[in-house]
Design a protein around this ligand. Structure first.
Ligand SMILES: O=C(O)[C@H]1O[C@H](OP(=O)(O)OP(=O)(O)OC[C@H]2O[C@@H](n3ccc(=O)[nH]c3=O)[C@H](O)[C@@H]2O)[C@H](O)[C@@H](O)[C@@H]1O
Length: 433
């Protein structure tokens, strides 16, 4: 049986076996001596660990600096050049999501007329990043530099604003897609909520504060059945998490407008399509599948009703975006303090003529000269709404917005781009890759 003494002074490696004949004082002395040795060892180990950790963090931070996709003199030079307007009184615009579909087109349009544009994009892999890289290359060739980075990166955003006094921010970076929110809800919170707040925090602190124009979505109308959808209709019944984050964006921008005097304009886009579009959207994936001889799934609503969308052509959307930037009033805050009330606007940017999904497929079949293999299924309950239809009278009155491209013409242009981008050649009796 182990004695109390054994318990107090166990026989462990590094410790001599206690000679029972020694007095308790002697034992205590030894114990104390060995404790101080241990203490010294512990100190030594702590010092060693600390110096290792600080060396590691030095290596980390230097390699982060060396490998960072942003930073450095050349990078700063590109930003300064890209942000410089080439027309008198031109704007200097930070376009987030610049390698995205709408972002690319808006950046090009601004650059073409002589505004300064700096793009920002995180090149995530929600869809094929090579398409984003191709858009970036096209932008670069037209004088628009796209920074690789995330809107959640406060340091990067602060650096950009330190380099350039942006007059406007065109905020198009987002996690898009209605149905993907079921699979990856966190990505919507990350980009559409956290990213938006990070960006607005930097904008409100910037001096001068930029005016912000950003992409909301027609999906905020959710279960609204009153047609056409007007900006005054209810938007408190979203049908998807995506829609909920876009609606939250409208509330969040209102808060920054109210507290900090940020001029903000939210644009509710209605199913935007066109060349350089998004591969996750129906018109794009249908085209791909039809050409590859694969089946397409066409959703159908309650009572076998066809689903319909107010498909809006990209060039019309670009005009709405540019007009919003042109009519945006200056923010009224400075150094994070509001000086007076600032502009807060929300507009529908749609086409005002909904088309059913089967009609969309018919148009594609005609332009592609290939019959689709259709699988018609009940619309899954994953966030879709049965139809959208925009009332655009407000945008018409205040922005001069007037869409001019119908789905027939718009899809013809899309198909032409698709065939050339993916290398299809016309052949008698069809197309070949
Ligand atoms: O305007 C908007 O608010 C939204 O428009 C699109 O969302 P959505 O209208 O759902 O566009 P698609 O995914 O291209 O779907 C268009 C229609 O095709 C249908 N569809 C989609 C996919 C499919 O495989 N089959 C199918 O029938 C959908 O149910 C829908 O009725 C975009 O994906 C959103 O990012 C955007 O915010």
């Amino acid at each position: 049986m182990r004695s109390m003494e054994d318990e107090l002074f166990p026989s462990t490696p590094g410790k001599v076996k206690i000679e029972r004949a020694h007095t308790i004082n002697r034992q205590l002395h030894r114990c104390f001596a060995s404790t101080s040795t241990m203490f010294l060892w512990a100190l030594f180990l702590i010092a060693l660990t600390a110096s290792y950790l600080s060396f590691q963090s030095f290596v980390d931070s230097s390699s982060r600096y060396l490998n960072a996709s942003w930073g450095g003199m050349q990078w700063e030079k590109q930003i300064r050049e890209s942000s410089a307007a080439s027309r008198p009184g031109g704007m200097s615009v930070l376009v987030t999501g610049a390698a995205g579909f709408v972002g690319t087109h808006v950046s090009l349009a601004l650059r073409r007329r002589g505004d300064g544009v700096v793009g920002l994009d995180n090149f995530n892999n929600y869809y094929d990043p090579s398409l984003k890289k191709a858009r970036q290359a096209m932008l670069q060739s037209r004088g628009v530099f796209v920074v690789e980075g995330d809107i959640n990166d406060t340091r990067l955003l602060a650096r950009l604003f330190a380099l350039v006094p942006f007059t406007h921010v065109m905020h198009l970076a987002a996690q898009a897609g209605v149905r993907y929110a079921i699979e990856n809800p966190a990505s919507y919170v990350h980009s559409n909520i956290a990213g938006l707040v990070t960006l607005l925090e930097v904008c409100k602190s910037a001096d001068p504060q930029p005016a912000v124009v950003w992409a909301s979505s027609s999906s905020v109308y959710g279960l609204n059945e009153k047609v056409p959808f007007s900006e005054l209709d209810r938007t408190d019944r979203p049908a998807s998490l995506y829609a909920a984050t876009k609606k939250a964006g409208e509330e969040i921008t209102h808060t920054y407008n109210h507290i900090y005097g940020l001029s903000t304009t939210g644009l509710r886009f209605f199913t935007v399509y066109g060349p350089w579009g998004r591969p996750d959207m129906a018109y794009f994936s249908f085209t791909r599948n039809i050409l590859q001889g694969k089946p397409i799934t066409v959703y159908r609503g309650k009572d076998r009703a066809d689903l319909a969308r107010d498909f809006t052509y990209i060039d019309d959307i670009v005009k709405g975006c540019v007009a919003s930037l042109d009519t945006a009033e200056k923010s009224t805050g400075s150094g994070g303090r509001k000086r007076g009330p600032a502009q807060y606007r929300i507009y529908n940017l749609g086409n005002t003529s909904p088309v059913t999904v089967p009609a969309l497929v018919n148009i594609l079949e005609r332009h592609l000269k290939v019959k689709a293999k259709k699988k018609v299924v009940e619309m899954p309950g994953n966030g879709d709404v049965p139809f959208t239809h925009a009332n655009i009278s407000l945008a018409q009155a205040e922005l001069g917005y007037k869409p001019t491209t119908n789905l027939e013409i718009g899809l013809k242009k899309f198909v032409k781009w698709y065939l050339s981008y993916y290398g299809y050649k016309p052949r008698s009796g069809g197309l070949a890759a």
